[in-house]
Design a binder for this molecule. Structure first.
Ligand code: DAH
Length: 338
């Protein structure tokens, strides 16, 4: 019997060597060492051996053979596990340095970039941001800004009126696409208590034929400060602080007398480029008492300044763009340059 055990052991070791996968090894384990396996049979035949010595010798040989086989199974299992893991790792390998040219990363449009930079600069100066509706009423766009029906300044805005719309119709009638961001001043005054330090960016509309410097839709940013004892000096200081923060310390600003119905006195502000040329940026002034009143504020108690200028013009100025129409063309070859 001892010879049979040794023969069975050697056969088993060969089979274990030949097992090609962990699954095959599990099956082999059962076939060899399981309850009904090859070595269990030997165990039950021990009892039929004639002498104690023979039983002892055969038992010892069986024990040794079982140990050798189970050690071989274990070693083979480790070997196969390592090999299978290596195959899996190779199969799932990701080359992190590999470049896929397929997806391109976009970026914000240059008008959006200028808009966001303007907001950042004003937030840095302590202002908050507000926005108003693009479809406005005659009241907010004109009347409350000290431009009654017959006011000649109205003709300077090439207004686009919309069809009668009951949902936004208010007492006085006309509904229009706002011609400037100034109506948001009134909405802000109506909603929050002074002191107010607010900028209001947005899209505005005028009936203009597109050419290199005009578009029927463009963007403005409005500023409004309402507090006690605000003077023209605060306005000039704010414009200058803004100019330097946005364009850089080498730029200067100046105010030039002008007329707007909603401010008194009014001015236009220009900036001086480092090359010595001036460029006109926008309008500003001390908020007219009638405008304060329209916003529900007492002009005896509150005073303030306002300004408004074109965002697109700022973007043009920064990037040296000749034709404003390019900025609205959505031609990817143009906009991806900025
Ligand atoms: N709303 C004016 C425009 O579109 C710009 C402007 C001028 C805004 C003077 C102001 C201001 O707030 O004070 O032409």
């Amino acid at each position: 019997m001892i010879d049979d055990v040794i023969a069975a052991r050697d056969r088993a070791l060969q089979q274990i060597d030949g097992a090609g996968s962990l699954d095959a090894l599990v099956a082999l384990d059962t076939a060899l060492l399981g309850k009904r396996g090859a070595f269990a049979d030997f165990k039950s035949s021990l009892a039929s051996l004639p002498t104690v010595d023979e039983k002892k010798a055969a038992g010892q040989a069986l024990n040794e053979a079982t140990q050798v086989v189970s050690a071989a199974l274990e070693a083979r299992r480790e070997g196969l596990t390592t090999a299978e893991r290596a195959v899996q790792l190779e199969r799932e390998r990701i080359d992190l340095t590999e470049y896929s040219g397929k997806s391109r990363r976009g970026h914000a449009h240059l008008v959006t970039q200028a808009w966001e930079r303007l907001e950042d600069v004003f937030i840095g100066l302590g202002f908050q941001i507000a926005e108003g509706p693009e479809v406005e009423t005659d009241f907010y766009n004109f009347e409350a800004l000290n431009m009654p029906r017959s006011h000649p300044a109205r003709s300077g805005f090439d207004t686009m009126f919309t069809d009668y719309s009951p949902s936004c119709r208010e007492a006085d009638g006309s509904v229009l696409l706002r011609t400037h961001t100034s109506p948001v001043q009134i909405r802000v005054m109506e909603t929050i208590e002074p002191p107010i330090y607010m900028v209001m960016p947005g899209r505005v509309f005028r009936r203009d034929t597109p050419d290199s410097s005009h578009m029927p839709v463009f963007h403005q940013i409005e500023g409004l400060v309402i507090d006690r004892d605000i003077t023209m000096a605060h306005l000039a200081g704010t414009i200058d602080a803004f100019t330097k923060a946005f364009f850089g310390g080498a730029f200067e600003s100046r105010l030039r007398p002008n007329y707007f119905p909603f401010t008194e006195p009014s001015a236009e502000f220009d900036i001086l480029r480092p090359d010595g040329t001036w460029i006109e940026l926008g309008g500003c002034g001390m908020v007219h008492p009638n405008v304060l009143r329209a916003g529900g504020l007492d002009p005896e108690e509150w005073s303030g300044f306002a300004f408004g200028f074109g965002i697109d013009r700022m973007a043009r100025e920064r990037h040296g763009i000749d034709d404003i129409r390019e900025m609205f063309s959505n031609d990817i070859r143009f906009i991806e340059q900025f």
